[in-house]
Design a protein around this ligand. Sequence first.
Ligand code: NAD
Ligand code: 6OD
Length: 494
Amino acid sequence: MPGNESGGGKVKDIANWIDGAPAPGIAWFDKRTPVDGSVVARVAEAGQAELDRAVAAARRALAGPWGRLPLAERCAVLHKVAAGIEARFDEFLAAEIQDTGKPRSLASHIDIPRGAANFRVFADTVRNVATECFETDTPDGRGALNYALRRPVGVVGVISPWNLPLLLLTWKVAPALACGNTVVCKPSEETPQTATLLGEVMKEAGVPDGVYNVVHGYGPGSAGEMLTRHRDVDAITFTGETRTGTAIMKAAAEGVRAVSFELGGKNPAIVFADCDFDAAIEGTMRSVFANCGQVCLGTERVYVERPIFERFVGALARAARGLKLGPPEDAATGMGPLISEEHRRKVLAYYERARLEGATVVTGGGVPSMPGALAGGAWVEPTIWTGLADDSPVNREEIFGPCCHVAPFDTEDEAIARANDTEYGLAAAVWTTNLSRAHRVSARLEAGIVWVNSWFLRDLRTPFGGSKHSGIGREGGVHSLEFYTELKNVCIKL
Ligand code: NAD
Ligand code: 6OD
């Protein structure tokens, strides 16, 4: 990406957030917006000293003000955090849009509202969960009571990616805090802004200093890796690539720290001939192209029952060609750029690979011609292929771009077998009007979530996570408590 400087706008300084205040780092790194490649912020990179300070502050707050706050008050403060995000909605929106380049319509309907919703849901969840109690027989006949108490795990390291920055950060921070933990967060280097802004909101809402800390920087050899190796961090929750999860798991093994992982996917959509055709096209458009294809739940593999295959491919391609690429603020924009020039190189390598393997490029396959300053951005064309083998890397590896391969199938068994033939197991979409088939297929798909006649329809009380290489554990609703609390058994002899 050309080295535009600021694109005429003001370059902000984004600090770490440690012990309730902005904190400098050991160096500054540039954040460029993928819309036109211009520098929009200088970000303070945390070193070991900043990390030590953040972890120490989190440890103090755990034993002190946060740990001693009654549950009802803790939950009330988290409701204030949700209200605080809403009060500064436009600032969060502007920061998220600048960091990611995503359309305003998307960020204002999903990313920022979910930031607030995550705090409300988990504040309410922890207040309404009971633990078990057993009446135990004893030889003297007086008996005993065995009951369980939930206690916070301690200082939690939160490492988050760039695709839905505030949504995915708060999806971890909210349950962690609701359960009484304190956190040190390492947001993606690509999307630093909203994490620091959230620090200000925490302070305004009355969250004690040290409960929420942010260290900025990169992964290996930088703040990310330092956080995973820090001996005073009790547990690590991570969303990102499977390869990164493997590295983090190795680091967490030192010190026997628990991990919760939400990792990559290569998710299938299965479209049966009995589907509501228009709904399937609309849903598949979203599951392939929303957020420029940078959603872990996106369906890069689409299997369509043969009788409607040609019609489906034609309709999907027409809709994809109708997507307007443009700046985030433009109401007509249907798709923004990829997150960075580096990520564009990765996605374009798959576009080239598909071409070399002889795919039929139904639409897209390249770089669009963008006007003016936008030419410096990380744009790619929405792309649809047919004709590749199931074992092509294009069909096996997560591309994380606005693209899918569409293949015909003949039987239900075949569709399920091909959908499951992947090392990942995060999500799947099924399009059918046959209720029995919907149940049957959902039960057999190897995925953490199966959407039938929908996609990314979320209820935050449900278990969320991936099987196989797509993750470890489940978060969401009461399931988050399984990671963010330790159960303690108390046995009282009567
Ligand atoms: P990434 O793994 O490259 O980075 C995620 C975070 O980890 C960043 O903050 C990064 O700085 C940090 N990091 C990188 N290497 C590290 C290391 N060795 N030690 C500690 N921290 C390290 O992922 P990304 O490119 O930011 O995000 C895209 C990926 O995330 C995709 O694979 C996508 O499928 C996945 N994802 C999964 C879910 C889910 O719920 N399963 C949700 C969103 C994204
Ligand atoms: O909706 C959620 O809670 C969630 N974790 C979504 C993940 C999206 C992945 O890109």
